[in-house]
Design a protein around this ligand. Sequence first.
Ligand code: ADP
Ligand code: MG
Ligand code: ZN
Length: 608
Amino acid sequence: MRNFFKNFAYVVIFILAVAAIFAFTSPKTETPKQVSLSQLVADINSANVKSVAVTDSSLEITYNDNTKATAEKETDSSLSQTLVNLGANKDALAKISFESKIDTSIWSSLIPLLLSSILPLAVFAIILMLIFRQAKGNAMQAFDFTKAKTRILGGNPKEKTTFADVAGLKEAKEELQEIIDFLKNPDKYLKMGAKIPRGVLLMGLPGTGKTLLAKAIANEGNVPFFSISGSEFIELFVGVGASRVRSLFEQAHKVGRAIIFIDEIDSIGKVRGVGLTGGHEEREQTLNQILAEMDGIESGEGIIVLGATNRPEYLDPALLRPGRFDRRIVLDLPDSNDREAILKIHCRQKPLANDINLREVAERTPGFSGADIANVVNEAALLAAKRNKTEINQTELLESIEKVMLGPEKKSHLLSKDEKKIAAYHESGHALVSSSLPGTEPVRKISIISRGMAAGYTLKTPTEEKKLRTKDDFISEIATLLGGMTAENLIFGKTSTGASNDLKQASKIARKMVKEYGMSPLGPIVFGEKEELAFLGQEFEGQRNYSEAVAAKIDDEIAKIIKSGQDSATQILTQKKDTLEKIALRLIEKETIEKEEYEQLVGISAVK
Ligand code: ADP
Ligand code: MG
Ligand code: ZN
């Protein structure tokens, strides 16, 4: 695009130059003095005038002494008539030679016409020509959709992403370094008889930094890097995707060693034949082209295809076969140390107050992705600006966590009096059950200000995400989840729809306990085969490898676990009904209760 503006500037300069030449070369000899018509008449009468020439717009007078002058011409009437009217002597007039210099040739009228119509056309043609030429000369190929729009990621040198901008992801970085090393010193590996991988797949939940990491490699790897996003393939016409892939690989072959990055590859590489929309024809062609091109890479040639996806389980198995994306790098969600590091990166350019404690923020954001954390910092900055602060305080960061987690507070959506009461008992139920059971995290905040989808919420402080959890932990969690509904039941004798999400989650946990973790009397058996790649947290019901009879038993066990959770919640809340009331009433009054106040209400030492 820069090129285009440069050319455009040339054209403008060219036009200005032409205009200037016209202006300066137009016949403009030394200006003779101007006389009025009455002066002319007087001169004629005194026989000083030799001749008068009539041009288009004026009279050119030549005196006897050969000096010249001009006079304005009256256009309406004939010249001699005008002069006579002004009192010219007819005899004197007769002595003067009149000549007509009015240009009657065709050119005089044509040239202005030509200039006014053809010149702009010519300029326009030149501009078009320049555009086409630069479009051709440039890899952009502005008018050819089939050519891949490759670009170097993070091209803006001011915002160059480097490895320093990527926190955590240590293993992924190491693996990628290794691959860059392959590209730089292939002989080292080939001598050992090692095969250089052709395809490397980055897999991770959305926002874990796949695209970010690819950008960093593009900038730091010092190998030619071509990139394209899978979603671009499906934007245009049928057949375009495949030819783009072809052109992408052609470009890479030309430079020899290169990384080809295909972002969001799942949007092309979806399992074939399952699409409901008409678009899957196109996807199939594109996918086939990718497969063909990948197979066409000679081993040792040094072209590595890097793919990224959020949803590996949707990828066509053909992409995952040996010789294609057989090297896989999983990008995990960041742990608390990584989160702290990510926070540091995103706080770099921001004015922070002295009370900022990033460690605390990191500890309060388990399960957040890198993108979520970037979002928290940004929300905090927005919030601080909104409050006309000059620095970001810890309060803004902490508030932003809740905003990112639950959606913005809906202050406008006020609960009715009854709803508020129900929500208060519901949340108090969750909180009280949670803090009455062993193995649960301390309650940090209870609120009945609705947020996002939830009418209220109870936040707990995870001390650190646990990697290993026991059966007791799960049962406590289920009891806590059911605590809301149980409290409603206990106080009002009925339940509301507010509990549906709690129930869903509780059932999910119970199902996993039975089917995956072997935590039921059915024994240590995994029921149902999970798809190979379903480790990224998505539910992907695999093949059922058990009988109807077993299915019924599984359902029984799940029901039993839920029941025991419910019983324990009921028992706790019945026993501590007074405390429940106390919390709920305070909540109705204040809408939000923080940790200290809550612990005081519950008498936390007395509970545990
Ligand atoms: P995806 O895995 O979905 O491609 P991105 O790479 O686009 O995720 O990450 C989105 C944003 O989240 C990045 O631009 C960056 O600001 C932030 N981010 C994600 N992971 C990290 C990380 N490890 N370090 C620093 N920032 C990160
Ligand atoms: Mg991405
Ligand atoms: Zn609830």
